[in-house]
Design a protein around this ligand. Structure first.
Ligand code: AMP
Length: 227
């Protein structure tokens, strides 16, 4: 079967430093547009928890706030992209993070005749990021994200989505590690904004506003870029 341009699954990339809201927004887009969120951070945390070889190699790097090797991350992403649900279209959250990963993604997509519909840069102030990251937590049951200040569940300690009362915080969401993660973003990931600008797929969005305002802006971009 040949795949024409209109039926190719959408590929959207969310770029932005830690705390910009990539995960929150990706989950909202997943619900609104029936796309699949692919978070390399989540995939790596699952590998660490499962004690795989990749997980063992990634653990200390993640704890320090550095970037896991391109080789490991690309292999994990490649395997996940090959799963059948990705045929619905994907939102890449936290990948690519280096020029090598961006080129590997281009090569992977060209194998299946896919293209990047949009790389959306969530534009935020660095100063606000430490507060944002330090206050966040997720439901252990369904992964819904919350924040001490910006997004509390309706009933304290109980997930609005699934009712679980077990919440968890990431080990790397502390001020010291966030500083390293921000530095890694500026050194290795921010140059991808130019990379995707040159390809003509870059979109920028002000991500300092309320979660719903940013979501509305993103939805408008997605409707145009991946109709
Ligand atoms: P995140 O959940 O996206 O904030 O990622 C958490 C951590 O996982 C990062 O600080 C990195 O150590 C690692 N990580 C996630 N995605 C990547 C990637 N694309 N390349 C390298 N390291 C990654």
């Amino acid at each position: 079967m040949t795949t024409d341009v209109m039926t190719r699954p959408a590929v959207l990339i969310l770029l932005g430093p830690p705390g910009a809201g990539k995960g929150t927004q990706a989950r909202m887009l997943e619900e609104s547009f029936g796309l699949v969120q692919l978070s390399t951070g989540d995939l790596l945390r699952a590998a660490v928890a499962a004690g795989t070889e990749a997980g063992k190699a990634a653990k200390s790097v993640m704890e320090s706030g550095g970037l896991v090797s391109d080789e490991i991350v690309i292999a994990i992403l490649r395997d996940r992209l090959a799963e059948p649900d990705c045929a619905k279209g994907v939102i890449l959250d936290g990948f690519p993070r280096t020029a090598v990963q961006a080129e590997a993604l281009d090569a992977l997509l060209s194998e299946t005749g896919q293209k990047i519909n949009a790389a959306i840069s969530l534009e935020v102030d660095d100063d606000a990021m430490v507060t944002r990251v330090a206050g966040r937590y997720t439901c252990a049951g369904c992964g819904e994200g919350y924040h001490d200040t910006f997004k509390q569940p309706q009933k304290a300690g109980t997930c609005d989505k699934c009712g679980s009362t077990e919440m968890k915080r990431r080990a790397d969401d502390n001020a010291e590690t966030v500083a390293s993660r921000l530095a890694a973003y500026h050194e290795q990931t921010a140059p991808l904004i130019t990379y995707y600008g040159d390809k003509g797929v870059l979109q920028k969005i002000d991500a300092m506003g309320q979660i719903d305002e940013v979501a509305n802006g993103l939805a408008a971009i997605v409707k145009t870029a991946a109709p």
